[in-house]
Design a protein around this ligand. Structure first.
Ligand SMILES: Cc1cc2nc3c(=O)[nH]c(=O)nc-3n(C[C@H](O)[C@H](O)[C@H](O)COP(=O)(O)OP(=O)(O)OC[C@H]3O[C@@H](n4cnc5c(N)ncnc54)[C@H](O)[C@@H]3O)c2cc1C
Length: 334
């Protein structure tokens, strides 16, 4: 165990140590990329509901492969404007009925009355789904601005309170290391996160980010503001760089210049792009782990390969094959 790993396992090493480990005077002094990590990482995976039969087959192949990593839970998104209400529900119920995984349902406030939302939540509870990722939601496609439904929950904090009144759900909420684009100030955004926790959420999942220090600075500010729940980094393995740049622009996440440089010239090189993407995300996760992070939420985009590879680097392996690997060569005979 390196000194860096030792200090991380006794609490968060913090951004300074991460910087020292990966930058310092230019030497690589504490973050040996190939060294195995202690098996102390928990992961969760996010999927979106499929639109076609082909997408459904792909999703299930993805779920089957990632299920071997025994995630803490898997979540399914709720399309902008509530557009996937039934597909989200059907996907979650199938996960609940056909797999040993723990499902978590994303639910938003958009375009629905409180009673409708409460009814959706009750259906989830009755189907055995006890974890909700509670969000305000983005406006439906075509509308530029979010407007609260006149009879609906206005913000995620209101939704959390409503869900808690409906049943004793476990609730996760969104957090924004770089600030939510509509927040009036970083402080107001943190106050909002605190309101969501005070209303009954037990953890937050972050918007994706690429600069590890941005996450650690946010974590420090959240802790100083009295937010004590886990704030789990949301990891987006980049498969299509141009698309990520567009998406990052709308949700207020910065794409560092070094990333543009890394992906430059790879538009027609999907295999190389994949290798680069896996290495970028794996490095990001190892730096987070070196800073004490033990839980990761992956935006899988319904693709198993990159997430599986990054989990492998993080020491998250299928238990069965780990046991096989640990078994003495030649079997148990004398
Ligand atoms: C992990 C994760 C999963 C997501 N999944 C989905 C999904 O499945 N479907 C989907 O449509 N979108 C999803 N999103 C996107 C999310 O819906 C958007 O980012 C949305 O714009 C904000 O949602 P929120 O829950 O953070 O909103 P809120 O916490 O309600 O905050 C939204 C904005 O309003 C401000 N605010 C909050 N309360 C008040 C108040 N009382 N008065 C004035 N301002 C206030 C906040 O500071 C913030 O700027 C997800 C985001 C994340 C990070």
């Amino acid at each position: 165990m390196s000194s860096l790993q030792r200090s991380a396992s006794h609490g968060r090493a913090g951004p300074r140590l991460v910087e020292a480990a990966i930058a310092g005077d230019g030497r690589h002094i504490g973050l040996p990329v190939a060294a195995p990590l202690p098996r102390d990482v928990a992961v969760s995976f996010e999927f979106f509901p499929p639109r076609t039969e082909q997408m459904e087959r792909n999703l299930w192949a993805c779920i089957e492969r990632l299920a071997t990593l025994e995630p803490a839970y898997v979540s399914v998104t709720y399309g902008a404007g509530g557009s996937t209400r039934e597909r989200t529900h059907a996907t979650l119920v199938r996960i609940r009925q056909e797999t040993p995984l723990t499902p978590a349902a994303h639910l938003t406030c958009v375009a629905a009355r409180c009673e409708e939302i409460d009814e959706i939540a009750r259906r989830y509870w009755d189907a055995g789904i006890r974890h909700i990722v509670a969000l305000r939601g983005d406006p439906p496609e075509g509308s530029a601005r979010y407007t609260a439904h006149p009879g609906g929950y206005a913000y995620a904090g209101d939704l959390v309170a409503g869900l808690k009144r409906t049943a004793d759900f476990e609730i996760s909420v969104a957090a924004y290391p770089e600030g939510h684009p509509e927040a009036v100030s970083p402080e107001a955004d943190l106050d909002n996160l605190k309101r969501k926790i005070d209303a009954g959420a037990s953890q937050a999942i972050t918007q994706f980010f690429f600069d590890v220090d941005v996450y650690f600075r946010f974590l420090d500010r959240a802790r100083a503001a009295g937010i004590t729940v886990p704030i789990i980094p949301g990891i987006l393995p980049v498969t299509n760089f141009a698309q990520v740049v567009r998406f990052a622009g709308t949700c207020g996440a910065a794409v560092p210049p070094w990333m543009a440089d890394l992906f430059a010239g790879l538009d027609d090189e999907p295999e190389t792009r994949k290798l680069v993407a896996a290495s970028v995300a794996a490095e990001q996760c190892r730096a987070l782990h070196a800073g004490g992070v033990k839980q990761f939420h992956f935006y899988t985009l319904n693709r198993a390969d990159l997430t599986y590879a990054i989990c492998h680097v993080l020491g998250v392996r299928p238990r069965r094959s780990a046991e096989q690997a640990a078994a003495p060569l030649g079997g148990a005979g004398p």
